[in-house]
Design a protein around this ligand. Structure first.
Ligand code: SF4
Ligand code: SF4
Ligand code: SF4
Length: 334
């Protein structure tokens, strides 16, 4: 019986995705109530969910440079830095687990992929042209890394981190998406439509954050391995891979696009053909199918607990200062 019919890698992947997605949705709603209070639209104070800082990756990269140069943790968006470090660690050790299990945009992308497959409109790009699809995100990554590591010195980094712009960047981001311009709406429609036609259109082609995680994940000791003696060449693995990877052509899936989601393993009809292995070359050891999901989720939980214990999760800005900083922001949406 294929594992997809019982509780196996696919079911676990979707369960973990759903848990993180619901947690982020709840945080998003809570953040909207907080922003309404901060901008003076409501008198009811709702605490700010720190996980919203996960949507400020450039600020987190600048905070990372400051951390490396000074040893000081960013006090403005401390959780943003913790989430960035968690995503980098997940990529280094457990492939792009952050993309495969945690990031809500990755989950949305996967849902659109499945919808596109069911509607019969999903197209797998040719493996030979696969790299061309990913070029835009590497160009964007170069630009995103050039800002903190090429353009800004330590003084400029500190000025940015303590600027009013950075302190209210999360609220501005919320307003940006709650009141989209015609251009933004067209871009979102383009990306959603593209994700129905091509696997993980946004993630594979344009996301610079995913590009960075993908480059790190090439070093990851964990990877899916294919036993060519058991492989029938049915290509169910590629058909169900949310990244469109030609799993049936590789012995070890070391692609920077692989998120470790194990949908390929879950849909492979040949038992034991696809397995997670730790290590490189012939010295690798087979791991249980649930290891990738549990290690990724465990890392996220561990980083969250450690950041909280170290006082590197919640911002320490007083409530009065938060309201002062948000004065006049609501008018920016018009
Ligand atoms: S590629 Fe970017 S948007 Fe996609 S799942 Fe990864 S971090 Fe999220
Ligand atoms: S699904 Fe399994 S048996 Fe079929 S091509 Fe892929 S690895 Fe081979
Ligand atoms: S190769 Fe397998 S584990 Fe990697 S992204 Fe594709 S389906 Fe997921």
């Amino acid at each position: 019986m294929p594992r997809s019919q019982s509780f196996g890698p696919s079911a676990l992947h979707r369960l973990v995705q759903a848990v993180f997605f619901l947690a982020m949705l709840a945080a998003g709603i809570q953040f909207a109530f907080f922003a309404a209070w901060a901008m003076g639209a409501s008198e009811r104070f709702v605490p700010r969910p720190a996980s919203a800082e996960g949507f400020l990756p450039i600020s987190a990269l600048i905070a990372l440079k400051r951390l490396v140069l000074t040893g000081q943790w960013d006090p403005v968006h401390p959780a943003g830095l913790a989430i960035l470090l968690c995503a980098l660690a997940a990529a280094l050790f457990f492939r792009k687990g952050f993309c495969g299990y945690v990031c809500p945009l990755g989950t949305l992308s996967h849902w659109l992929f499945r919808l596109g497959r069911r509607a019969g409109c999903m197209h797998q790009p040719s493996p030979r042209l696969g790299f061309l699809w990913t070029l835009p995100k590497y160009v964007l990554l170069g630009f995103v890394l050039w800002i903190p590591f090429g353009l800004m010195d330590l003084e400029a980094c500190e000025a940015f981190l303590l600027s009013r712009y950075n302190m209210v960047a999360d609220t501005k981001m919320l307003l940006f998406f709650l009141h989209p311009s015609a251009t933004l709406a067209a871009c979102l429609a383009f990306l959603a439509g593209g994700s129905l036609l091509f696997p993980s259109f946004w993630c594979r082609c344009f996301c610079p954050y995913g590009a960075l995680l993908g480059l790190l994940s090439v070093c990851s000791p964990l990877a899916v391995r294919r036993d060519s003696r058991l492989c029938t060449g049915c290509r169910q693995c590629q058909a169900h891979c949310p990244q469109g990877i030609a799993v049936h052509l590789a012995e070890r899936i070391a692609s920077p696009e692989c998120t470790g989601c194990l949908e390929c393993q879950g849909h492979c009809p040949s038992k034991g053909c696809l397995e997670v292995h730790a290590g490189w070359g012939r010295r690798s050891a087979r791991l249980p199918w649930w290891s990738m999901a549990l290690l990724t989720a465990g890392l996220v939980l561990g980083v969250w607990l450690a950041a909280r214990a170290a006082g590197h999760w919640d911002s320490t800005l007083p409530k009065e200062a938060v309201r002062l900083l948000h004065e006049g922001i609501a008018s920016l949406r018009h």
